[in-house]
Design a protein around this ligand. Structure first.
Ligand SMILES: C[C@@H](O)[C@H](N)C(=O)O
Ligand SMILES: C[C@@H](O)[C@H](N)C(=O)O
Lengths: 165, 165
């Protein structure tokens, strides 16, 4: 059978920005990310959850070089929106598993999270798709994280009869 | 030049679950999603943000049929973790733009958010990757959302010299 998870990737050049307590109403996401796009800032991840309340947080990532400029841009929008704060964390890294149909296989995400948990590696951000499950962790744990996730999915083993071409 | 955004997809068979105020420490994500996997519940999206504090929320989606069972499973884990609550919303739908290299093009996400904003359509959840940008919205707005996003990216226009095969 074809492998569901085919590899582990990581990216150290990641900085996290959180705009805290933005009004949860139409137009807010557009206003924020349009401001960044106008300045040609490349945003990698955009992550937002909501629970039943008036405000929510908007999280995104940029490269470390772009962090000062991104923060300046969103602080202006945040003031306009009445957001509480803009937080930044330049010392995160992204570790991801890549594959196919991953979310159609119960347990794949849990296995990745378990590999990180075994190392006592805290997961700050999670974002998933069928072909990529990404976690932001502390950057000083990224090598260990890649190794543990690699092992958890047996990606270090040769299995010519199992792996697709 | 090749199109960056090639289509708009949607999924009505989506229910949102939020585990509110879980301890932000290693092992929590694994415990929750392992419990769901053990019961063979298919989880589609997993979304988590964090700001500087002790707890965070874990959001995921399942099919509407799986919602009662998923809720029951996570409520047990939530009690064990000391989480505040488990919220559910069966009346959401997912609308996504699909393409290639989307996050490498500043403005793509902003344009999608803008299309929804123009309709006064509130965005509850955002999750992105290079090939898919997904938003959860109210399910009664999904047809309009698809139409607006389609128009915003001119996907209704024939452009044989512009589109790749
Ligand atoms: C928070 C933000 O996503 C808002 N709900 C919007 O629709 O723009
Ligand atoms: C909240 C959850 O993701 C936790 N930080 C963990 O690592 O499991």
């Amino acid at each position: 059978h074809a492998r569901v998870v085919v590899g582990v990737t990581h990216d150290r050049n990641v900085a996290k920005v959180v705009v805290v307590d933005v009004p949860d109403r139409p137009g807010v996401a557009h206003q924020l990310f349009n401001a960044l796009a106008q300045e040609e800032i490349n945003v990698d991840m955009i992550v937002q959850t909501t629970k039943a309340q008036q405000a929510t947080d908007l999280l995104f990532t940029v490269t470390r070089d772009d962090l000062p400029r991104a923060k300046q841009i969103v602080e202006a929008v945040a003031r306009d929106l009445g957001a509480t704060a803009v937080q930044e964390d330049p010392s995160v890294a992204k570790v991801s598993i890549v594959g196919a149909g991953m979310m159609s296989h119960p347990g794949v995400a849990a296995r990745m999270f378990g590999a990180l948990a075994e190392g006592g590696i805290n997961i700050h951000v999670i974002s998933t798709s069928e072909i990529k499950i990404s976690c932001l962790i502390d950057e000083d744990r990224v090598e260990e994280a890649v190794r543990r996730v690699h092992q958890a999915f047996r990606l270090d083993q040769l299995d010519s009869e199992e792996a697709p071409a």
